[in-house]
Design a protein around this ligand. Structure first.
Ligand code: G1P
Ligand code: ZN
Length: 545
């Protein structure tokens, strides 16, 4: 088998976004496009010769093709071993788990997360470092720099590896080990949660749940853990077979895209608990009977109840949340007497805090929650955490959440997304906002809202001192309400404007309202201050969560 050095020319658009390089499948299918990016990753790494790489993806279209390319390039670049999930399947949290467990050098995850898949959908590639977490900005920047000057890549000339058969084979000098994608991850979950109590709950005949895997990667994991290990009735997991196009759906676990599950949980004979996960298994949505738990509230509730989970019995060290995530978790941290960190959007910003043991739990409003057990957010982990709480407290989801509001106050919260806006218009909107920040301070709007601060969020990592600027416009009001505007770093068509709305309500009698009603004035104010309709021509958001 011969190692070939193939001449190539750079592509100018290989800048990783919030979570790796994400593009339409057709973009990845351009000649040498994938190879250029993979070689750019390898070019930024040092001292990996002979070491192990973990590779897998969410099973979307192009996953298998990309894995064969990566295997041959890893062999040609001198890796000692690649661990690949059977059938090319590995969820994002499972990759993180494997890197940590087997002390691998790093990992490559093939996924465009919650973006639609299939030949006309999206594909993506992310690099994870040796702590199991997403590559920090200095590495993604270096990869981008490499991609702009790349002139050749190295690949082994060899036949395809059979990734469907478990076991070990050789590719040139490199070992390829095809592993069961679920076992190690399931063992990790078993070491964290009280499986006995959860088993009792799931088999007591009174409690019912549904988990929607949305034809994405979590299917085999959820089946193995919930039905096989924990004894939940067959059929608890729906849409459990990973499909290359996710069955034509949009594998994003929210009220809009997880409609099948939402309909079940809002039906007359609804089960007690519902949950869904996304394309690559790192997101989660939690539902009770006719009850939606916002991800921001979920983080706060998990923190409040952490000690019912065996792994967190000693208490948590701290919490970190992304800046747009509501401040519900801050109140729990305060009560527990532990720090709460506010980081930019994207899981990579939690890595240093977790490694330094400053925090135990992390979360984002975008249906992401996780802990120090891996370095990615983790959908099934969050679902098991909720089941553990329900098993111990014997309360309903609605009771748990409304009790939480009564204790801490409710942070009414919503995110309004305006998708596929022409990029120049979205950038103008942000530029106008930025230009006007100085004049907003102290300004009063419709008697209730007085601006306490207005800034473009900048973050200094408390561990390594690195600074990330321009992370979103924050406008805070004196009553604790907040408006946040930022442009998505994961969309692939035009620009997506995200507007985050938050309003604090301490009075239990006013906490039962619908969030959109409670936030009505703030929603109108978001348009006044951001000039959304004027700049984009849109009168309503595309997705409200
Ligand atoms: C979105 C979410 C963000 C999350 C990321 C990856 O990024 O908002 O919280 O970390 O997906 O799942 P965005 O498109 O907003 O840049
Ligand atoms: Zn995801």
């Amino acid at each position: 088998m011969e190692i070939r050095t193939v001449p190539t020319t750079p592509y100018s658009d290989q800048k990783p976004g919030t979570s790796g390089l994400r593009k339409a499948v057709a973009v990845f299918q351009q000649p040498h496009y994938l190879e250029n990016f993979v070689q750019s990753i390898f070019n930024t790494l040092t001292d990996y010769q002979g070491k192990t790489l973990v590779v897998g993806g969410d099973g979307r279209y192009y996953n298998r093709t990309a894995i064969q390319v990566i295997l041959k390039m890893a062999a040609a670049n001198g890796f000692g071993k690649v661990m690949v999930g059977q059938g090319g399947i590995l969820s994002t949290p499972a990759v993180s788990c494997l890197i940590r467990k087997y002390q691998a050098f790093g990992g490559i995850v093939l996924s465009a997360s919650h973006n639609p898949g299939g030949i006309h959908g999206d594909f993506g590639i992310k690099y994870n470092v040796s702590n199991g977490g997403p590559a920090p900005e200095k590495i993604t920047e270096a990869i981008y720099a490499q991609s702009k000057t790349i002139s050749s890549y190295r690949i082994l000339e060899a036949g395809d590896v059979d990734i469907d058969r478990l076991g070990t084979s050789k590719l040139g000098d490199m070992v390829v080990e095809v592993i069961d994608p679920v076992t190690d991850y399931a063992q990790l979950m078993e070491s964290i949660f009280d499986f006995e109590r959860i088993h009792e709950l799931l088999t007591n005949g009174r409690f019912h749940m549904k988990m929607d895997a949305m034809h994405a990667v979590t299917g085999p994991y959820a089946y193995n853990i919930l039905e096989y290990r924990l004894g939940a009735p067959i059929g608890t997991v729906i849409n459990s077979k990973p499909l290359e196009d996710f069955g034509g759906g949009h594998p994003d676990p929210n009220l809009v895209y997880a409609k099948e599950l939402v309909d079940i949980l809002y039906s007359d004979d609804a089960p007690d608990f519902g949950a869904a996960s996304d394309g690559d298994g790192d997101r989660n949505m939690i539902l009770g009977r006719r009850f939606f738990v916002t991800p921001s509230d979920s983080l706060a509730i998990l923190a409040h109840y952490a000690q019912v989970v065996p792994a967190y019995r000693e208490g948590i060290k701290g919490i970190a949340r992304s800046m747009p995530t509501s401040q519900a978790a801050d109140r729990v941290a305060q009560k527990l007497g532990v720090p709460c960190y506010e980081t930019p959007t994207g899981w990579k910003f939690f890595g240093n805090l977790l490694d330094a043991d400053r925090v135990t739990l992390c979360g984002e409003e975008s249906f992401g929650t996780g802990s120090n057990h891996v370095r990615e957010k983790d959908g099934l982990w969050a679902i098991l955490f909720w089941l553990n709480i329900l098993a111990v407290t014997q309360k309903s989801v609605a009771e748990i959440v409304t009790n939480h509001w009564a204790t801490y106050g409710r942070h009414f919260y919503s995110r309004h997304d305006y998708e596929e806006i022409p990029t120049d218009r979205a950038e103008d909107l942000m530029a106008n906002l930025r230009a006007n920040l100085g004049q907003l301070q102290g300004k009063q709007f419709n008697s209730r809202y007085t601006v306490a601060y207005a800034d473009d969020f900048s973050y200094t990592d408390p561990i390594d001192g690195s600074v990330s600027r321009n992370q979103g416009i924050r406008i805070g009001f004196t009553d604790g309400s907040r408006l946040v505007y930022r442009l998505s770093g994961t969309g692939t068509k035009g620009a997506t404007l995200r507007v985050y709305l938050e309003q604090y309500e301490p009075d239990p009698y006013k906490q039962q309202q619908d969030a959109q009603t409670a936030l009505k004035d703030l929603i109108a104010l978001a348009d006044t201050i951001g000039q959304i309709t004027h700049c984009t021509g849109r009168t309503a958001p595309t997705v409200i969560t």
